[in-house]
Design a protein around this ligand. Structure first.
Ligand SMILES: NC(=O)c1ccc[n+]([C@@H]2O[C@H](COP(=O)([O-])OP(=O)(O)OC[C@H]3O[C@@H](n4cnc5c(N)ncnc54)[C@H](O)[C@@H]3O)[C@@H](O)[C@H]2O)c1
Ligand SMILES: O=c1ccn([C@@H]2O[C@H](COP(=O)(O)OP(=O)(O)O[C@H]3O[C@H](CO)[C@@H](O)[C@H](O)[C@H]3O)[C@@H](O)[C@H]2O)c(=O)[nH]1
Length: 328
């Protein structure tokens, strides 16, 4: 019998890719998801338990049934702009929900958790590439909720011995290279799928949020990381914890920054489409440049990103985007 891993939020974009990697590594991923944002078609590599992380009774039932060796926790709301407009929704789901889950793990005796954190915990970093010694100074409620969950995890380790790896992802992109799953947020707010929507004519153009940033071409610079490379980092983090390794907080990015205009150029090349673009005002809360120093993950987890090229990420996203189940 494979080791069971509970994957909270496993029906979502990143969680489903991690489920595929877990199964390929001999684990049985049990997805626990409310399906408020995820998709039942994305649950392919293990059983499904429908539930909300804020529902302690349901969590206890599922933990008792499956007795997982660890939990991977992706379940959260993820939109920065919405978190500014409606912070209560984010504190409730991301913090109350995580606390409920973490307390249930403590009481069920689950010893380890891998948590989806974010580059947004750094806010507007003074120096890039940003490493883990940089101050945590989120500039929006979304980032603040993720930083708070990291603190809860620190406190639960000190008091109860629950070990954790918090992975601070930069910009997740791309899709399963085999085309089995891919990105599908609703509403979509991320740059690459929106550009691809414009490429297939689902929207008239892509809006470029700001051309007056202190960057070489005036548009924001981000570090895009292939979702399959994120998935391999989760498997390594899980194995570290199961092997008795220490807790860790680390960045996951490629260390290369691309501007919004550079991403658009790559997408035009990959799709062969013109993709009309319109310059718009800045989007509130966007840092000018976010690029990761991921040497800690490389050193401590033995992580090696294999699909780092932006062109590869956009190619896989494009292959998926043209056949997305929700667009049929
Ligand atoms: N997409 C990115 O670029 C990115 C970057 C940094 C961090 N993250 C973090 O990674 C995680 C996954 O992001 P994603 O892009 O896959 O998002 P997603 O919306 O595709 O997946 C999140 C999943 O969690 C589920 N969920 C949400 N609230 C829940 C609840 N209360 N109970 C049970 N299930 C719940 C949703 O139904 C969904 O299936 C999130 O925690 C996000 O903050 C994402
Ligand atoms: O229609 C659009 C959408 C986005 N952008 C710009 O494109 C860049 C990337 O934006 P987006 O894809 O929305 O990602 P981020 O806002 O950088 O946030 C992502 O990456 C962060 C870590 O870097 C995570 O914390 C977030 O959860 C995740 O959504 C930003 O400069 C946006 O202003 C546009 O110009 N037009």
């Amino acid at each position: 019998m494979s080791d069971v891993v509970l994957v909270a939020g496993g029906a979502g974009y990143i969680g489903s890719h991690v489920c595929k990697a877990l199964a390929a590594n001999g684990f049985l991923p049990v997805t626990y998801d409310s399906l408020e944002k995820g998709h039942d078609w994305a649950i392919k590599w293990g059983p499904f338990e429908r539930g909300d992380i804020r529902d302690r009774g349901r969590l206890d039932e599922v933990l008792e049934r499956w007795r997982p060796v660890a939990v991977l926790h992706f379940a959260a709301f993820i939109e920065v702009g919405e978190s500014v407009r409606d912070p209560g929704r984010y504190w409730d789901n991301n913090v109350v929900g995580s606390l409920t889950l973490i307390a249930a793990l403590r009481d069920a005796g689950v010893p380890a958790i891998v948590f989806s954190s974010t580059a947004a915990v750094y806010g507007m970093p003074e120096r890039v590439p940003v490493d883990e010694k940089a101050a945590l100074a989120p500039v929006n409620p979304y980032g603040a909720t993720k930083m708070t969950v990291e603190t809860i995890l620190d406190d639960f380790e000190a008091a109860h011995g629950l070990r954790s790896v918090a992975l601070r992802y930069f910009n997740a992109a791309g899709a399963d290279p085999d085309g089995e799953i891919g990105e599908c947020h609703s509403p979509e707010s991320h740059l690459i799928p929106l550009i691809l929507d414009a490429a297939i004519g689902r929207r008239s153009h892509i809006s470029l949020y700001g051309e007056d940033y202190p960057t070489p071409d005036g548009t924001c610079v981000r570090d895009y990381i292939h979702v399959t490379d994120l998935a391999s980092a989760h498997v390594l983090a899980l194995k570290r914890l199961l092997g008795g390794g220490a807790s860790l907080r680390c960045n996951l990015g490629n260390g290369a920054g691309f501007s919004v205009k550079q991403v658009l150029d790559v997408a035009r090349r990959v799709t062969g489409k013109a993709i009309p673009a319109e310059i718009c005002p800045r989007r509130p809360g966007d840092p000018a440049i976010l690029v990761a120093d991921s040497s800690l993950a490389i050193r401590e987890l033995g992580w090696a990103p294999r699909l780092a090229a932006l062109e590869t990420q956009v190619t896989h996203a494009w292959a998926w985007h043209q056949h997305r189940p929700d667009l049929k």
